[in-house]
Design a protein around this ligand. Structure first.
Ligand code: PXG
Length: 479
């Protein structure tokens, strides 16, 4: 294909009418393998081409303005168009665009960021987070966790402690270890996953998995105890770590009952098992704290982060290494044969520093905890009044609702009807990005939203639900 008509010079790409959408779609389909995409389907529909963004909105090549209630992919916490972040990248690129951190070298932004992150992670129960390992993504960071955890137990003379326990419907990334740690059956079905020594226990999803008559607090205890059952089944001396998201994100914004995390903490303490808190989504203000363990009050040994650390402006991830693990690796470990070319990338670290500075200056974390988070909760939880909504809950700046056929009995629609996708379609076509996970509709808006922005978003959500109801009634699927 002749590409000369396709893309205007970069400065003009900002004007949507300069773009030949059909040509972009054809080349996209011809050359670009997308993540988690059915390319047969994509070839017939054509991708939506996103061309620019500002604050909480994105625009496509046809000029549609869309409220991005998913913050890109759970990451643009500071909102789009933040000049400070672009300036930080530019200046760092002109000063030192890259140097590695192997061979006893370092760079200033990486040192500054590690120091800053250590200061943001509060000590809990005598456990401190004074060290950081850097990667470029959440998946890489979870691979690092598996390697670090095994190294830790090897160094302590317990090499048989290899099993990492995770949960069904968890998401921990898409590399071999990440996809194995995750509990997504569709991912496991492709490529002989999970890899050995990774296993899964129950998720704390009350709405779907509670027994008849079971209270939410009993359910929280029962699901946490599925971890203890698994430990006893495997033998405690074989178990290295338990990994979990504070609130499951990609699994559908599953907010655990209040009894869940304290019981998990009791169990990991009892058996001496390391606790990995995967905060790729939940850290950096998403739940109203810099790190989410603070909200739930548990004591992790390792914390995975990525996404919001740079507000998604540039790839960066890592692991906050608690003292329990760091002391063993450092004092007994010698060389840990692990690392990535881009561990401590100076430009990524400079952008993260600028992002954190911006978040501090605008008090984005405190606002989520005390102002816009509670306001979102109030507005979103009202959706329970809608005839299609069986549950509507928020936690900080994540929220999820379930579309049900019958509110009283919690009967769901037949999955083959893909009601969530119908609703998602109405969102998209009416200027709102909201994700569907089965028939759960979820959001994770940029933390810069004002109460007025929340009102606008709620109107769009309400409209999408109304249109979905109308469509289901027209088709005779519900009354
Ligand atoms: N852990 C968690 C908790 C995540 O949410 C990862 C690890 C992996 O991060 P990277 O940077 O390697 O993608 C994630 C990523 C979705 C969706 O559909 C969620 C994620 C990624 C892609 C899609 O909600 N989360």
């Amino acid at each position: 294909m002749n590409t000369s008509t396709l893309i205007a010079p970069p400065a003009l790409v900002r004007r949507a009418e300069q773009l030949d959408t059909k040509a972009v779609q054809a080349l996209d389909s011809a050359h670009f393998i997308h993540p988690f995409t059915d390319h047969g389907d994509l070839a017939t529909r054509g991708s939506r081409v996103i061309t620019r963004a500002d604050n909480i909105y994105i625009w496509d090549s046809e000029g549609h303005k869309i409220l991005d209630a998913m913050s890109g992919l759970w990451c643009v916490n500071a909102g789009y168009g933040r000049k400070e972040l672009a300036d930080a990248a530019y200046q760092q690129m002109m000063t030192l665009p890259f140097y590695n951190s192997f061979f006893q070298t370092t760079n200033v932004p990486a040192v500054q960021l590690a120091t800053k992150l250590a200061s943001l992670a509060p000590e809990v129960g005598g456990r401190k987070f004074e060290h950081v390992f850097f990667s470029s993504s959440g998946s890489e960071s979870n691979d690092t966790n598996v390697r670090m955890v095994r190294r830790y137990w090897d160094l302590l003379g317990q090499p048989q402690r290899k099993v990492v326990i995770s949960r069904h419907n968890a998401y921990h990334g898409s590399t071999m270890a990440g996809a194995s740690l995750g509990g997504m059956s569709g991912m496991h079905a492709q490529g002989d996953l999970p890899i050995p020594n990774i296993t899964h226990v129950e998720q704390p999803y009350f709405f779907e998995n509670a027994l008849p008559g079971e209270s939410e607090s009993d359910f929280g205890l029962r699901t946490a105890r599925s971890l203890e059952d698994k430990i006893l089944e495997l033998g405690a001396d074989k178990v290295a770590a338990f990994i979990a998201e504070p609130v499951q994100g990609a699994g559908g914004v599953i907010i655990p009952p209040a009894t869940y995390w304290p019981e998990i903490q009791r169990i990991v303490d009892k058996y001496g098992i390391l606790l990995i808190s995967d905060e790729v989504i939940c850290a950096f203000g998403r739940l109203g704290h810099w790190f989410a363990y603070e909200k739930f009050g548990y004591r992790p040994d390792l914390i995975t982060f990525a996404k919001g650390v740079t507000s998604g402006y540039i790839p960066l991830g890592g692991v906050m290494v608690g003292d329990r693990v760091a002391r063993v690796l450092i004092d007994k470990g010698g060389e840990f044969n692990h690392g990535y070319t881009y561990s401590g990338h100076p430009v990524a670290c400079a952008v993260a520093l600028a992002n954190i500075e911006l978040m501090e200056r605008e008090n984005l974390v405190g606002r989520v905890r005390e102002e816009v988070g509670p306001y979102l909760a109030k507005q979103f939880e009202r959706l329970i009044q809608h005839p299609l909504v069986g549950e509507a809950k928020t936690c900080g700046f994540v929220a999820g609702l379930v579309i049900v056929k019958n509110k009283a009995t919690r009967e769901m629609f037949d999955p083959s009807l893909s009601v969530g996708m119908i609703c998602r379609g109405f969102c998209f076509n009416n200027g709102l990005i909201m994700r569907a996970v089965g028939d759960r509709m979820i959001i994770a808006p940029p933390l810069v939203m004002t109460n007025a922005d929340i009102d606008d978003m709620m109107r769009l959500i309400q409209r999408a639900l109304d249109l979905t109801l109308q469509e289901l009634r027209n088709k005779g699927i519900c009354s």
